[in-house]
Design a protein around this ligand. Sequence first.
Ligand code: BDR
Ligand code: CA
Length: 330
Amino acid sequence: MTHPDNCSPKRILIDTDPGIDDAAAILLALASPEIHLEGLSIVHGNCSVQQGVINALSILELAQAPSVPVVQGCELPLVQPALLAPETHGERGLGYAELPAPSLQPLPQPACDFLIERTLGAPAEITIVAIGPLTNLALALRKEPLFASAVKEIIVMGGAIRHEGNTTPLAEFNTYVDPHAAYILFHSGIPITLVPLDVTYQCILTEAHLQRIEQVPSPISVFLRQATRFYMEFHDEYQAIEGCVINDPLALALAFRPDFCKYEELYVDVDISGGVCLGKTFADFYRMSGKAANMRVALQVQAEAFLDLFVERIIALSQKILAQEVKRMR
Ligand code: BDR
Ligand code: CA
């Protein structure tokens, strides 16, 4: 399996269920000059898809990035019943943060059509960073046979390879919520980088990181404090973790800093048999199946280097927004 590894600037579409760490990933994308953010396609997951659209638009307004298109995607998983995560992300998906209702509107196009149109319009140029359940992508794959060959690469935050699950004892949230969609994507032939809990659970945003971010007080730092306070309470109560795991920003960062992780090319599948393993991702480390690798899997991470980059980029975004506000007031 070949894996594309070009230089910047990278054209990125984010498929997301915003979500506290999704919001942090979107902000990181907007703060990173290596990335051109081509759009946000929204999927059910941490909150309803309708709420996710509102959250995405509010985050773009907060970051003064009104030109990034947002499209609404699937409301439900392909086969499974819906499973939202209010205990992890709050009733509206952004913890204690209360952003003003957005004045921006989503495009009227369904997410899977948008994904198809944008990728077929720029074959082998667009990287998709998928940080929610994979329903929109599965639908695009089923609807347009040319979609798979048009996508340059997909970076998927999902799965737990040697790590315990965060939604069942075995399964990670994104692959558990729509395991059938993950199955379709994993067998699509698209070059995939999987970013499982094995690496994301080493990336814990702490009070000290937040205090660094708050040294430049801005609407962004206020938002991150309010959103992550809820997320930190969840991690403390359910997982005895001090701080909060920022899964999705790591997947985004790997689009332009792949060196933050070490990878193995592996055959990986996801359980859809409906028992206790539903949504569990498993890798054939010893090549017992004889099947060719279908993805590269991040299994080691330089967590502090990534967290430093995250903090620095968010500070730079805060400074940029403050400067724009000063300019507007003149
Ligand atoms: C994933 O599930 C969601 O709660 C997060 O946003 C992340 O995408 C982690 O399992
Ligand atoms: Ca997510």
